[in-house]
Design a protein around this ligand. Structure first.
Ligand code: GLC
Length: 452
């Protein structure tokens, strides 16, 4: 009878979702844990691996169904100087960086006890992650690891529909997966994530990528043992900030922020009617890994707009660089980082610590608004510089002082005079800013408004 009772209790306990243990934080505590990240707004993503050698997409192994290991034997980034990378990130105005410790190809940029498929066994021979972490920290940047849940090298990772060896038939899957054991692979993930979160000091962010549970031959939370994996992550690094790709969206504490990839959100993303922390990850051009012949590079103006627009909707931008196989940032990435940095020197007050503007400040045409709640200042970004005048509808009585942010020069403003209202239907609650006709030499002009 007693044994029966004990068994019943054990069965009952095992049905309690582990999720209960994933978070015992209040919303205020979560906000506090994430505060530095929310304030930072701008980070660097780095996708680096063996795929830098073919230089034609980080999914090249899948696209071309590559099985040989020629790139592993060639990998030797002789010009890798992480301090230079860190400086470029910092000078661009970025406050944190996230690097691929392992991408889908399965190759590890760190020295892991659990595989031979790692950088220390290439001609390069040294742990890249260790040097990277030290250099980025030395520049005062927060550091994060991307870790691919997918693995196209591990012998126990079952062939799924994204795998380079995905077959055409069910029979094919059965045959190929006969001797593969996801239980062992799950253990491998835990072992490696544990290494990453114990051997490199304090890690600020972890980016676990990704889940594709729907449809056939996908993978999700059961395949990764997501709940136990995340419980371990939080235990090892209680302050860490975690992305949302573990397939735990419905689990309390199963993610910290959402990750719209390669598109601009139309508004601040919500879940259950509440605005949630978010970060858009974006590339300079079409792929994440270095892609020599890809030519769709975004212009500096587009990139700045992306950053400002993200902040104007309460989010962050994680902008990706795909270094070359020699360990350098491509010149096109360097050029863009420089332009962004030059803009940030003068205008970062409209980015750091800023968020979406309060509702009672309607967005003027061709502008983006950001707002610093601590200083109570509002920032009007002029995407198209207007000629002479800018009308701010609904701002009347709410503004104390106005200036250009880049040179702190005063901008005079006033109420519309009655005799011109017939043309523009201006109201008492509008104000008009008087701007110089010639656009100052700044990529995107920002007007700083001290609010009443
Ligand atoms: C996707 C892609 C991957 C890239 C990532 C960045 O998951 O598979 O190549 O690393 O997005 O968010």
């Amino acid at each position: 009878m007693r044994i029966l009772k004990a068994i019943t209790i054990i069965i009952f306990l095992s049905t309690i979702p582990l999720s209960a243990q994933l978070s015992n934080e209040t919303p205020a505590q979560k906000e506090e844990r994430m505060q530095w990240w929310t304030d930072a707004r701008f980070g660097m993503f780095i996708h680096w691996g063996l795929y830098a050698l073919p230089a034609r997409h980080e999914w090249v192994k899948r696209h071309e169904r590559i099985t040989n290991e020629k790139y592993f034997k060639l990998f030797n980034p002789d010009l890798f100087t992480p301090r230079d990378w860190a400086k470029m990130a910092k000078n661009a105005g970025m406050k944190y960086a996230v690097i691929t410790s392992k991408h889908h190809e399965g190759f590890c940029l760190f020295d892991s006890k659990f595989t031979d498929y790692k950088v220390v066994n290439t001609p390069y021979g040294k742990d890249l992650i260790k040097q990277w972490v030290d250099a980025f920290r030395a520049e005062g940047l927060k550091v994060g690891f991307y870790y691919s849940l997918l693995d196209w090298h591990h012998p126990d990772y079952t062939i799924d529909r994204n795998h380079p060896q995905s077959p055409a038939t069910e029979e094919g899957y059965k045959r190929l997966n006969k001797n593969r054991d996801m239980k062992k692979y799950r253990k491998y993930i835990k072992n490696q994530v544990k290494e990453l979160l114990t051997n490199y000091g304090k890690i600020d962010i972890i980016w676990l990528d990704y889940s594709f549970p729907s449809g056939s031959h996908g993978k999700g939370r059961i395949d990764w043992d997501s709940e136990n994996l995340l419980a371990m992550v939080r235990k090892l690094q209680p302050e860490i900030i975690v992305n949302d790709r573990l397939d735990l969206l419905d689990v309390e504490g199963g993610w910290d922020f959402t990750t719209p990839e390669q598109y601009k959100v139309s508004q601040w993303p919500e879940r259950d009617g509440k605005q949630i922390p978010w970060e858009t990850c974006q590339t300079f051009s079409g792929s994440w890994g270095y892609y020599r012949d890809e030519m769709t590079w975004k212009s500096p103006h587009q990139l700045l707009e992306l950053l400002i627009e993200s902040v104007s909707k309460g989010g962050n931008l994680l902008l990706n660089v795909g270094p070359t196989a020699r360990g350098m940032f491509d010149y096109r990435a360097q050029e863009r980082l420089k332009v962004m940095g030059d803009w940030m020197i003068l205008n970062n007050c409209s980015i750091y610590n800023c968020t979406q503007a309060p509702e009672n400040f309607p967005k003027p045409d061709n502008c983006l608004l950001t707002y610093n709640p601590k200083t109570n200042r509002l920032y009007v970004h002029l995407l198209n510089y207007p000629m002479g005048r800018l009308t701010l509808k609904g701002f009347g009585g709410k503004v104390q002082y106005a200036q250009f942010l880049h040179d702190a020069s005063e901008i005079k403003f006033g109420k519309p005079r009655r005799n011109i209202t017939h043309q523009e239907k201006m109201q008492e609650e509008d104000i008009i800013l008087l701007l110089p006709v010639v656009k100052p030499k700044v990529e995107i002009i920002v007007i700083e408004l001290y609010l009443e």
